[in-house]
Design a protein around this ligand. Structure first.
Ligand SMILES: [Zn+2]
Length: 546
């Protein structure tokens, strides 16, 4: 037995078998059951969404030998002939090849005569927008005074090109592209019925490539079965479609978020070496950032195999960063044609993602970034510099992020802003910044406090740092000596200084001076305390600091 292509074999033969287009099916079913059928329907929508399938089912509904019904039997002569495409009263015309007015006039003249075998003559005119002006006029005459036994089903991908006079005489239905999930579900159903082994994860890939067309999805499925030697496996489908393995994408985004240039370039090289097309990789990246944006806007809409990754990125990236990343990928894809070669174009797009990654922006502008960048944008909205990278220059106002200090001196002030609690706060306060190299943060802790460098506390501090900076970090500790660069040491010095100032102020009081000078009194410095410790030591000094 010869192999019948799936699209043909699985073409729906009844309204209930139809995938999607529920609004059209409901309207037609109601019209059929109530005997209130319009004489001309215009079905619009992209290719492969079911226009001709619907028209054929409608033809069967009208001509089924068991009576006009929304549920044609599929067994009588008329039903079988329509399914086989040989029913004389179903006139399927492709306007793309019958545009001549003579041809149309001849066919439409024929409409006056009663149907040969059926109850109704059904004219299915596909790609009707391709008709010539004369042919439209010829059709208009029939549409104005349609004989009782004639129904028109006009289908088009481009309703804009149809004359208003024709449009106004048709009941119009817009057929929508099918959602990926619905296509994937249909593919699974067919594969199960055909007893073809398959990976469930392969089907969304095919559904995505079909772009809303079930017919295209079935053709791709046919190809995939042939390509996979009778099975539909994710790896072979990826290879067939040139779809990039998601693991690559996740590693790329991880490297981006970590600000890790070398890792990013290594992943880019590996991806190109694996033979993936740069265009497809950028498409997939854009699609990934799209999913991240959707999850940020509508939490809980996670679907698909990489839902966990997407959720992670949604939490770690600002909305602006996601928008920008998407833009860079789409633009990068368009720029591929202009690049010296694909790999170069691809790498440049990734480097652009890295360059405009908001957290690396943070590192340059420092802790005062939020205010500074707002000022930049407000006072200088049209400057070329701001315009070239606006989203990255605008700090996300809703979730102010901190930048890792570039120099050890800024570490205490940074730690003070972290709002840590418990042991993680102790650990942060006692540690000194040694270096920041990409994602690697190296801290030193005095030997006297080394009990704080416990893994549990270190992990808490790491999470806090990541949350504050929006970056993935690697934290390393070394046990060192004094630790003068820690927040604790900083506070100690401040307290000592405040105390010295207090003491000096106390000693310079006229009353105290008199006591010392005239009564040979001594001041016990350790007993000098400000009236309100909290108000006059650290907080006030802090407030005065720039
Ligand atoms: Zn029938």
């Amino acid at each position: 037995m010869s192999y019948q292509v799936l699209a043909r074999k699985w073409r729906p033969r009844a309204f209930r078998e139809l995938v999607g287009q529920e609004h059209v099916v409901t309207a037609l079913t109601n019209a059929l059951t109530r005997g209130r059928l319009h004489h001309a329907y215009l079905l619009t929508g992209t290719r492969g969404v079911g226009k001709t399938t619907l028209a054929r089912i409608l033809a069967k509904s009208l001509n089924c030998e068991r009576g006009v019904t929304a549920d044609p039997c599929g067994e009588c002569g008329a039903c079988r002939d329509i399914d086989a495409g040989r029913f004389v009263d179903l006139l399927e015309l492709d306007a793309a090849s019958n545009t001549g007015v003579e041809n149309m006039r001849e066919i439409l003249d024929n409409a006056r005569y009663a149907p040969t075998v059926g109850r109704y003559k059904v004219y299915l005119i596909d790609e009707v927008h391709m008709l010539s002006k004369g042919a439209f006029n010829s059709m208009l005459k029939t549409l104005e005074e349609p004989p009782e036994h004639v129904k028109f089903v006009l289908a088009t991908t481009d309703p804009q090109k149809i004359p208003v006079t024709v449009l106004s005489r048709c009941l119009q239905f817009n057929l929508t592209p099918l959602p990926r999930a619905q296509i994937a579900q249909r593919l699974a159903h067919i594969l199960d019925a055909e007893a073809i082994a398959h990976d469930a994860s392969a089907l969304p890939l095919i559904a995505a490539a079909a772009q809303g067309s079930l017919r295209d999805a079935l053709s791709l499925l046919d190809q995939a079965i042939a390509y996979g030697g009778g099975e539909v496996r994710e790896t072979s489908v990826r290879a067939m479609l040139g779809v990039v393995d998601r693991a690559y994408l996740h590693r790329i985004v991880d490297a981006l978020l970590a600000g890790d240039g070398p890792a990013l370039m290594a992943e880019a090289d590996a991806l190109v070496a694996a033979g993936h097309a740069a265009s497809s990789a950028l498409d997939e990246l854009a699609s990934l950032f799209h999913r991240v944006a959707v999850v940020q806007a509508v939490p809980g809409t996670l679907v698909g195999e990489d839902a966990e990754h997407v959720a992670g990125y949604a939490a770690r990236m600002s909305r602006e960063a996601v928008q920008l990343a998407y833009q860079i990928c789409v633009q990068g894809r368009a720029d591929l044609a202009l690049a010296p070669d694909e790999a170069t174009g691809f790498t440049m797009a990734l480097l652009r993602l890295l360059a405009f990654e908001p957290s690396s922006e943070d590192a340059e502008t420092g802790p005062a970034r939020t205010t500074r960048s707002n000022v930049t944008v407000a006072t200088n909205p049209a400057s070329p510099a701001t315009r070239s990278a606006p989203p990255s220059a605008v700090a996300p106002p809703s979730e102010p992020r901190l930048a890792l200090p570039a120099v050890p001196d800024d570490w205490p002030a940074f730690v003070a802003q972290l709002r840590l609690t418990g042991m993680a706060a102790q650990l942060a306060a006692q540690s000194e910044l040694k270096s920041v190299k990409g994602a690697a943060v190296s801290l030193a802790i005095p030997a006297s406090q080394k009990h704080l460098a416990d893994k549990a506390y270190a992990d808490k501090l790491k999470s806090a740092l990541e949350a504050a900076t929006g970056r993935k970090l690697l934290l390393a500790f070394e046990i060192g000596d004094a630790g003068e660069g820690s927040l604790a040491a900083h506070e100690r010095r401040k307290r000592a200084q405040a105390k010295a100032e207090n003491e000096a102020a106390f000693r310079s009081e006229p009353f105290v001076r008199d006591l010392v000078a005239k009564l040979d009194a001594t001041v016990r410095a350790e007993t000098i305390e400000p009236v309100s410790r909290d108000a006059s030591t650290t907080p006030s000094t802090r407030q005065e600091a720039p």
